[in-house]
Design a protein around this ligand. Structure first.
Ligand SMILES: *[C@@H]1O[C@H](CO)[C@@H](O)[C@H](O)[C@H]1NC(C)=O
Ligand SMILES: *[C@@H]1O[C@H](CO)[C@@H](O)[C@H](O)[C@H]1NC(C)=O
Ligand SMILES: *[C@@H]1O[C@H](CO)[C@@H](O)[C@H](O)[C@H]1NC(C)=O
Length: 192
């Protein structure tokens, strides 16, 4: 049934794109066309994010703030860019899996909550070279924060799912946090 739906979608795409003939099919289009033979896979990933908030080796940097950010109880309007290390375990010296890169904006006047747009870029292991894109609201002081997985690239093409994150530890002196992410994701894997 699912294959039929995919075929119908491809068929209507072909009708809608009369200029897309066989000769200009790149590998990306070929991938899309063979999607109907693909299998939907489910994965659960667990990893840790090293959040170095200050110091010369910080991986979180402020790029903008509003006039009320410094007096706001929720730092409203603060915009930061992050490039955090992703590790397999909570220890910063555990296996490096990639980077968490993107934008975090303090976007709630009442409670500390972030509007985040983060790409998990994996550079080791099974998903080396692939990315997952997370976009959503993160109420940072709550446990089990849920964020949507809205897509991905490479192994995670057509990904969707959600992630649950928790603060594993926070060192107030070093201003260093370790965040645990468990990501539940479905994606399409083509048959060999
Ligand atoms: C920053 O990183 C450099 C290079 O890895 C290291 O030598 C230095 O000790 C680090 N500084 C701090 C304050 O962690
Ligand atoms: C915000 O700060 C800027 C620069 O200090 C100032 O020119 C502007 O009037 C301020 N705006 C408000 C709404 O307070
Ligand atoms: C990840 O993939 C790149 C490109 O194929 C390769 O150069 C690199 O060695 C791989 N990294 C690991 C840790 O496997």
């Amino acid at each position: 049934m699912e294959n039929l739906v995919f075929s119908l979608v491809l068929f209507s795409l072909a009708l809608a794109m009369p200029w897309a003939n066989a000769t200009d099919q790149g590998p990306e289009e070929a991938w899309f066309r063979s999607l109907c033979q693909g299998k939907e896979k489910v994965a659960q990933l667990r990893f840790y994010i090293q959040d170095a908030l200050s110091g010369p080796n910080a991986t979180v940097w402020e790029v903008a703030r509003s006039n009320i950010t410094s007096t706001s109880p929720t730092s409203f309007g603060q915009v930061r860019v992050i490039d955090d290390l992703i590790t397999a375990g909570p220890d910063p010296s555990s296996m490096k899996l990639g980077r968490a890169q993107g934008l975090i904006t303090m976007a709630d006047l009442q409670v500390p909550a972030i509007a985040m747009n983060i790409n998990f870029y994996f550079s080791a292991g099974k998903y080396n070279g692939s990315t997952l894109c997370i976009l959503g609201r993160n109420q940072i002081l709550s446990p089990n924060r849920e964020l949507p997985v809205v897509g991905g690239t490479g192994a995670f093409r057509m990904a969707r799912g959600y992630s649950i994150s928790n603060t594993y530890s926070y060192d107030i002196v070093a201003n260093y946090g370790v965040l645990e992410y468990v990501v539940y994701v479905t994606y399409v894997e083509l048959e060999e």
